[in-house]
Design a protein around this ligand. Structure first.
Ligand code: SF4
Ligand code: MG
Length: 332
C-alpha cells in the first residue's frame, strides 16, 4: 500500500521583483492513514506554502519541483481540471479563520449541499441535504435540521469551525489539511476542536496535516512532527521522541518558548531575533544568526541530516547535544 501522502524533495521557487527566490527546498513529508503530522514553523517558514503547492493553489509564476503523491498518484504537474477533482474531494481543507471559508449570505445548509454536489452533481438536493444533516451531527452540532437553515453569523466561532470541518469531510476525503485550525478560537473551544479532529481521524482513518506554530497542539494531537525553518526541514520524527529529546537548537528554542500548563509566563522565552525572509536566507545553516551554539562551519556549510533513533536533525552540532528531557508531553 503506498503512503497516503508522500512528499519528496519539494522545492518552491517564487518570482519576487524580477528575481527567483527559493522559498522551500528539499522538503520530504509522509502521512499515513489515520495519522497526524504536525508541520511546525514560524510564519514565513514555508509550511503553508508547501501545502498550497501540494494542492496546486500557488500562482502560475511559482515554480514547483519534486514529488507529491496522494496514495501513489503524482499531483505535481497535474492539470488544474484534474486537480479540482482532488481538492475538496480526496483532500479536505480547513483554514484558520472559518469566516473566510464560509459565504456570509448563504445558509450553512446550502453551502454544505453545494460542496457535496460539486463533486457529486447527480446527487439530488434532498439526498445532499440528508447528508448535510448527518455531517453536522458528526461534528457534534446539536439540532442539525434547524441549524442548516441558519447563516454563518448565527453560529459562534467554534461552531463555525465545526461547520468548516463538516464541509471538509463532506466528500469523504482521505486526507485533511488543517492550517492553524484553532488559532482564531479561545482555549476551551480549541480543546473541543482538537478532540473533534482526533475523533474524525480515528473514525474515518483520515490522514491529517496539521500546520501550526503551536507546539502544544502538536504535543496533544500529532503522531509525528516536522519542523521547518526558512523553507528547510531542521528536525523531524515521532512527536514523543522529538519533544522529549529535541536534537536541533531551533527545536529546543521553540520548546523552551512553549508555555506549559503550570508555568506560563516565565517560560515564554521566545527565540531572539526574527526568521529570515526567503530572499534574505543566511548562508550555511540559515539558523546561524540566531543560534546560541553557532560555530564557524555553520556560516559556510549547510548541515546535512543525521539520524537520531527514529528521527533526524540537520545541525552540525546535534550529536553534541546532551539529551535533555523536556516535560512537555504530560498532556497526553
Ligand atoms: Fe546552530 Fe550550527 Fe546547528 Fe545551525 S548547524 S543549528 S547554527 S549549531
Ligand atoms: Mg501560514
Amino acid at each position: 500500500d503506498p503512503m497516503l501522502l508522500d512528499v519528496r524533495g519539494l522545492r518552491i521557487v517564487l518570482r519576487q521583483r524580477d528575481r527567483d527566490v527559493v522559498a522551500v527546498s528539499n522538503v520530504d513529508l509522509e502521512v499515513g492513514r489515520g495519522e497526524i503530522l504536525g508541520l511546525v514553523g514560524e510564519s514565513g517558514s514555508g509550511k503553508s506554502l508547501s501545502m498550497l503547492a501540494a494542492l496546486g493553489l500557488l500562482p502560475r509564476s511559482a515554480k514547483v519541483d519534486g514529488s507529491v503523491r496522494l496514495a501513489g498518484q503524482e499531483l505535481i504537474g497535474l492539470r488544474e481540471r484534474d486537480m479540482r477533482r482532488i481538492r475538496g474531494k480526496r483532500i479536505g481543507m480547513i483554514f484558520q479563520d472559518p469566516m473566510t471559508a464560509l459565504d456570509p449570505v448563504m445558509t450553512v445548509g446550502a453551502q454544505i449541499v453545494e460542496t457535496i454536489r460539486l463533486h457529486e452533481p447527480d446527487l439530488s438536493r434532498r439526498a445532499a441535504r440528508r447528508r448535510a444533516v448527518d455531517l453536522l451531527g458528526q461534528v457534534a452540532i446539536a439540532s442539525p435540521e434547524q441549524r442548516l437553515d441558519q447563516y454563518p453569523h448565527e453560529f459562534s466561532g467554534g461552531m463555525r469551525q465545526r461547520v468548516v470541518i463538516a464541509m471538509a469531510i463532506a466528500n469523504d476525503p482521505e486526507l485533511l489539511i488543517a492550517d492553524e485550525p484553532t488559532t482564531a478560537l479561545d482555549v476551551t473551544i480549541q480543546a473541543q476542536i482538537v478532540e473533534l479532529l482526533d475523533r474524525l481521524r480515528h473514525e474515518r482513518r483520515l490522514g491529517l496535516v496539521l500546520i501550526t506554530h503551536d507546539l502544544g497542539l502538536v504535543a496533544g494531537l500529532a503522531d509525528r512532527v516536522t519542523i521547518l525553518y526558512s523553507g528547510r526541514i531542521v528536525e523531524r520524527g515521532p512527536v514523543l521522541d522529538v519533544f522529549a529529546e529535541p536534537r536541533h537548537p531551533y527545536t529546543r528554542g521553540l520548546l523552551k518558548a512553549m508555555p506549559s500548563s503550570d508555568e506560563t509566563l516565565d517560560r515564554l522565552v521566545a527565540i531572539e531575533g526574527t526568521p529570515p525572509s526567503p530572499a534574505g536566507r543566511p548562508s550555511g545553516c540559515a539558523f546561524h544568526p540566531r543560534c546560541p551554539m553557532a560555530i564557524d562551519p555553520c556560516v559556510s556549510d549547510e548541515p546535512s541530516f543525521r539520524w537520531f533513533g527514529a528521527g533526524m536533525a540537520a545541525c552540525h552540532r546535534a550529536h553534541e547535544l546532551e539529551p535533555h528531557r523536556q516535560e512537555v508531553v504530560h498532556a497526553r
